[in-house]
Design a protein around this ligand. Structure first.
Ligand code: ATP
Ligand code: MG
Length: 158
């Protein structure tokens, strides 16, 4: 179905505010006000963004900022979610999208998870012709980016 990503992202972030407050995490929203329609399975997209947002909170210390950005970039929309958490060592950055991969198993055990979230995100984004990638600096923070091809002519064809 058609989803307008701006309002959709605001709703998703709203639903995470209670959990964020418990960890004193502040969401910073840099979300374009322009209509940003993508044709996508909304439940699956919810699963993807749920996981990326949960990761940003799970792997961050108390008091951090999590910044959610939505912008238009040519024929794509780009979503990014940035945290000020523990970061991901360079040698692990290509592996986090693999099924069941978790950085530092001993440390990860204390934080719940199966290592599937980003593998599912990658599948969905690729199935829609988008890309997903990470930029991260160990002990500084992590940004997950993904793109989706967008269309502005929702229901406006002649
Ligand atoms: P699941 O999402 O299945 O509950 P998970 O969060 O461990 O479990 P993924 O979401 O696929 O699995 O993430 C894979 C691994 O990448 C995580 O275990 C963690 O080590 C690392 N990781 C993911 N996001 C971040 C982040 N924002 N900061 C630091 N490390 C991260
Ligand atoms: Mg996860």
């Amino acid at each position: 179905s058609w989803v307008d990503l701006g309002p959709y992202l605001h709703d998703m972030i709203d639903r995470h505010e209670i959990i964020a407050k418990e960890k004193d995490i502040h969401f910073i929203r840099k979300i374009t006000k322009h209509a940003t329609f993508v044709e996508i399975d909304q439940d699956k997209l919810t699963q993807v963004i749920d996981n990326i947002l949960s990761n940003a909170m799970k792997y961050s210390p108390e008091g951090g900022d999590v910044t959610i950005t939505l912008l238009h970039q040519g024929h794509n929309v780009r979503v990014s979610i940035s945290d000020q958490g523990m970061g991901i060592p360079k040698e692990s950055q290509t592996k986090i999208f693999d099924r069941f991969y978790r950085v530092d198993k001993a440390r990860a055990r204390s934080v719940g998870g199966t290592g599937l979230g980003l593998a599912i995100a990658k599948e969905l984004v690729h199935a829609h012709g988008g890309e997903i990638w990470v930029e991260s600096k160990y002990k500084v923070g992590t940004t997950i980016y993904f793109t989706l091809p967008y269309s502005t002519f929702k229901g406006e064809e002649a």
